[in-house]
Design a protein around this ligand. Structure first.
Ligand code: CA
Length: 398
């Protein structure tokens, strides 16, 4: 006991001595290369500290501050604090602030090509988007698209496959979309319009009130974890899947190019790898939290979970093709980005089919009741029993 106290005292004194030495020797090291410190402001399209989406800028700021030893300090501002949610792009582009966090498809009015970096209806999932951006030429194109705006983009987190959204009424046919006012941004909004809907773009913080007061009839947002936070279940009963419109919504960090170029290489590396870490972290968090939130929505709040009817999905798919073709016909940069996106998707699809898709299929089968598994086996072993095969599959799928 006594020895331990003496030991602790010695350690404390040594620490004081060493830290004192550090301070003493600083001028010598500093004389060779004085270390400049930077204080950056980051504006976001999310409410401050908003779960999931809004934690990416907070986590980025913490990581950068820690990794740079305080040489680069980033202060995060929620939507409306310094600039409105939809003013983030302009504020960073003109250098009023150094950084922003949001989603590229909010800026389709600036450049239509931006939309392909967030979400493409029936496009790529999170894994594939990350592959395209970081190993398939996507990131280089994103930089090219933002270059005229004096912005440097980075991937800023993915939500994974989203939910199709909240509706006040059931959707049983394409006709049910006619005249429906829905918050649905980007390319998907134009797809929705083509099927007779009325798309609007609103920042997340305004969704609940808009839905509750009836100024919109439906809204997509993210998925169970975020949608629960906004209380959207209190304003609409029907919660539809799957997220045809945002199969792997990618968010973005944007940095003012002059601010970026003012950083020494080591701080640039810290910014780059901090975005990369935060990008993966967001997907990890959604993967961990969506399921519990969905349970709460259904079991505690009585939300009606619904799958979009096949014919509605087919109409959405067809309209998506048309909207994308028209978008790329009107804008050369959008065409260039989409061609790269689509080529990557076409390349990876065959392997996704025999890896992720095939695995998820067998995982579901192994989790099915023993009875349905054995009836499948019976059906495949008898050559001409189409009726038993039919009954086996219908009993196996509720
Ligand atoms: Ca969304």
């Amino acid at each position: 006991m006594m020895w331990t106290r003496v030991g602790l005292l010695w350690l404390t004194l040594s620490a004081l001595f060493i830290s004192g030495c550090g301070k003493e020797s600083e001028p010598a090291a500093g004389a060779a290369a004085p270390q400049q410190t930077f204080e950056w402001q980051m504006v976001t399209t999310w409410p401050r500290n908003y779960p999931g989406l809004g934690m990416a800028p907070e986590n980025f700021a913490k990581a950068v501050n820690a990794m740079s030893g305080g040489r680069l300090k980033v202060k995060v501002h929620g939507a409306g604090e310094l600039v409105p949610a939809m003013g983030v792009f302009d504020a960073v582009a003109r250098g009023a602030v150094q950084m922003g966090h949001g989603a590229a498809y909010y800026w389709k009015g600036k450049t239509p090509a931006a939309q392909f970096f967030t979400a493409v209806p029936f496009g790529m999932n999170a894994q594939e988007m990350n592959g395209w951006l970081h190993y398939g030429g996507g990131m280089e194109l994103w930089r090219e698209v933002y270059e005229p705006f004096n912005l440097v983009p980075f991937a800023g987190g993915s939500t994974g496959v989203q939910m199709a959204g909240w509706f006040k009424q059931e959707i049983n046919s394409v006709a049910d979309l006619k005249g429906l006012k829905m918050r649905i941004p980007g390319l998907a909004g134009e797809v929705f319009q083509r099927l007779g809907g009325v798309p609007v773009t609103l920042p997340g913080g305004e969704l609940f009130t808009a839905l509750q007061t009836g100024s919109i009839d439906a809204t997509e947002w993210v998925g169970p974890y975020n949608d629960l936070t906004f209380g959207l279940y209190r304003a609409a009963d029907y919660y539809y899947y799957p997220g045809w419109h945002e199969p792997g919504a990618m968010l973005e960090f944007i940095v003012n190019k002059d601010a970026w170029e003012s950083l020494p290489p080591d701080l640039q590396a810290i910014v780059k790898y901090a975005t990369r870490a935060v990008n993966q972290d967001m997907l990890d968090e959604y993967t961990a939290r969506n399921n519990a939130a969905l349970k709460e929505l259904v079991e505690k709040h009585g939300v009606q979970l619904r799958k979009l009817p096949d014919d509605v999905v087919a109409a959405l798919r067809q309209a998506s093709r048309e909207v994308i073709q028209e978008t790329i016909a009107e804008d050369e940069m959008a065409r260039k980005v989409y061609e790269s996106f689509q080529a990557f998707k076409t390349d990876v699809a065959p392997y996704t089919a025999i890896s992720e898709d095939a695995f998820l299929e067998i995982r579901e089968q192994s989790a099915a009741p023993a009875g349905s598994a054995s009836s499948d086996a019976d059906a495949s072993s008898s050559s001409d029993s189409s009726s038993s095969s039919g009954s086996g599959s219908s009993s196996g799928s509720p």
